[in-house]
Design a protein around this ligand. Structure first.
Ligand SMILES: [Zn+2]
Ligand SMILES: [Zn+2]
Length: 383
C-alpha cells in the first residue's frame, strides 16, 4: 500500500517527521535539535497483538505481566460476558441487540488470562470488546477439534510443493486467486455444519496468528479512518514476498489461518476479512511487529512472549548505535532519546537486542531476521 498524501504522517510526533529517503524506504528525522532524555513517542494503541500459545496462561493478556511460570488466576466468566454484551447493546443503540452467544453455560473464557481484577476490568470496558471476545471464544472452542484431526495428506503435499519452487510475487498472487475464485465460492455454498467439517488442521502457531488477525480486523473496524494510527497502518511496508521467499511454507500457513477465520468468524468481523486486508495485516507484521519480551532479563536469557503491531512506532529504522532507547511499561512502549540530536538527524532504534554480538554475527542476525544488510555508522566503522 502507498501513502496517498505525503503529509499524512506528519503528525505522528511533534519531535520527528517521517520522510522518504534517497536510499530507499522511509525514515524518521528530528524536527529540531533535541536533548538526550526527550521522550519522543509513547504509544499503547496496538492494532493487533498475540501471545504465544506456550505463555497464554502465564502472561497477562492486558498488561503482559509475566507470573514466572505460574498460571494467572483471573479469567473471563459468564458475568463478564453478560456485562460486555450489555455494553455492546448500548453502544449499538436502541433496538440493535447483538446476537447472543448460543450457550452461555459453556463459555470457556475465550482463551484469555489476566494478572489482576484491574486488568480484566480494563479489558472488558473497551468499546465493542464483546465482538472480539466472542471471536476468541469461537476460535478457542474449535481449537481442540482442529488440533486433534488427522493430518490429511494434502497438507504435507502442499508444503512439499511450496518448498520445491521459487516463490515469486506471481506464485503468491495465484495462490490467493485460487482461494478467491475456487475455495471461497465452494465454502459459501455449504451449510454451517458442512463448513465446520471443512475447518483446516492448524497448529498452535496458526491459532496465535488467527488471534492476531482477529484483533487487527476488530481494531481496524472501529478505528477512525482519518486517525494517524490508521494512516500509519495503511502505509506500513509489507514484507510478504521476502518472508515467504525465505520460508515458502509460510504461504501455506497463511492460507490455513485465512480459511480458519473465514469459516469461523461471525459476519460482523468476517465482512472485514478480505484477502487484501488479510495480506496487508500479515505481510506488514513481518518486520514491523514489536516483540513482547520478558523484562528484567538479559537479551540472551529473556523469554519471548509474543508480538504486537504499533503502527506509529514502525517507521524507525534500525541502527547498531541507536539514538533512541525503547522501554515497555505494561501495554505502553516508550521511545526516549539517549543522546543529543541536531535538527534533521535520523532517529533510529535497535531492532535486534543483540548489539553486544561481534560485528559479523550481529549483521548476519539482522540479515536473517529482517532481510537487510545493516550499513549503519557503527557497522561501517567496524567493517
Ligand atoms: Zn495485567
Ligand atoms: Zn549496523
Amino acid at each position: 500500500m502507498t501513502i496517498d498524501n505525503k503529509n499524512d504522517l506528519d503528525n505522528v510526533s511533534p519531535f520527528f517527521e517521517i520522510k522518504q529517503t534517497s536510499w530507499g524506504g522511509r525514515a524518521c528525522f528530528s524536527k529540531c535539535a533535541l536533548p538526550a532524555g526527550t521522550p519522543i513517542l509513547e504509544i499503547n494503541n496496538c492494532i493487533g497483538s498475540s501471545l504465544s500459545y506456550e505463555f497464554r496462561k502465564e502472561v497477562c493478556h492486558f498488561c503482559y505481566f509475566y507470573h514466572n511460570g505460574h498460571t494467572l488466576k483471573y479469567r473471563l466468566e459468564k458475568e463478564h460476558l453478560k456485562f460486555m454484551e450489555n455494553c455492546n447493546d448500548k453502544e449499538n443503540g436502541e433496538g440493535k441487540k447483538s446476537t447472543r452467544m448460543n450457550n452461555k453455560a459453556k463459555f470457556q473464557g475465550a482463551g484469555l488470562w489476566f494478572c489482576s481484577e484491574l486488568c480484566r476490568s480494563k479489558f472488558i470496558k473497551q468499546p465493542h470488546i464483546w465482538e472480539l471476545v466472542q471471536c476468541y471464544e469461537i476460535l478457542w472452542c474449535n481449537l481442540q477439534k482442529m488440533f486433534k484431526r488427522e493430518n490429511p495428506d494434502d497438507v504435507t503435499g502442499r508444503e512439499e510443493q511450496l518448498n520445491s519452487i521459487i516463490i515469486t510475487e506471481d506464485v503468491i498472487q495465484r495462490s490467493w486467486d485460487d482461494c478467491q475464485h475456487n475455495w471461497i465460492p465452494r465454502i459459501d455454498k455449504m451449510s454451517a455444519a458442512k463448513k465446520l467439517h471443512n475447518l483446516p488442521v492448524i497448529s498452535e502457531d496458526e491459532y496465535c496468528c488467527a488471534k492476531f488477525v482477529c484483533e487487527s480486523l476488530f481494531r481496524l473496524k472501529y478505528i477512525d479512518s482519518d486517525s494517524i494510527t490508521k494512516k500509519c497502518f495503511n502505509g506500513l511496508q509489507s514484507n510478504e514476498l521476502s518472508k515467504i521467499h525465505e520460508f515458502p511454507v509460510l504461504l501455506h500457513f497463511q492460507e490455513l489461518v485465512f480459511k480458519t477465520l473465514y469459516i469461523l468468524l461471525p459476519d460482523y468481523l468476517r465482512t472485514q476479512l478480505t484477502i487484501e486486508n488479510f495480506r496487508h495485516i500479515v505481510g506488514s507484521e513481518y518486520g514491523n511487529a514489536f516483540g513482547i519480551w520478558e523484562t528484567g532479563e538479559t537479551p540472551e536469557s529473556r523469554e519471548w512472549f509474543g508480538f504486537e503491531v504499533l503502527p506509529e512506532a514502525s517507521y524507525f529504522n534500525h541502527s547498531c548505535k541507536p539514538n533512541i532507547t525503547k522501554t515497555r511499561e505494561g501495554r505502553t512502549m516508550e521511545f526516549t532519546l539517549n543522546s543529543n540530536v541536531a535538527k534533521g538527524t535520523e532517529i533510529c532504534i535497535d531492532y535486534s537486542g543483540v548489539l553486544d554480538l561481534p560485528t559479523k554475527k550481529r549483521r548476519k542476525f539482522l540479515h536473517d531476521t529482517w532481510f537487510f544488510d545493516c550499513l549503519c555508522v557503527r557497522c561501517k566503522s567496524e567493517m
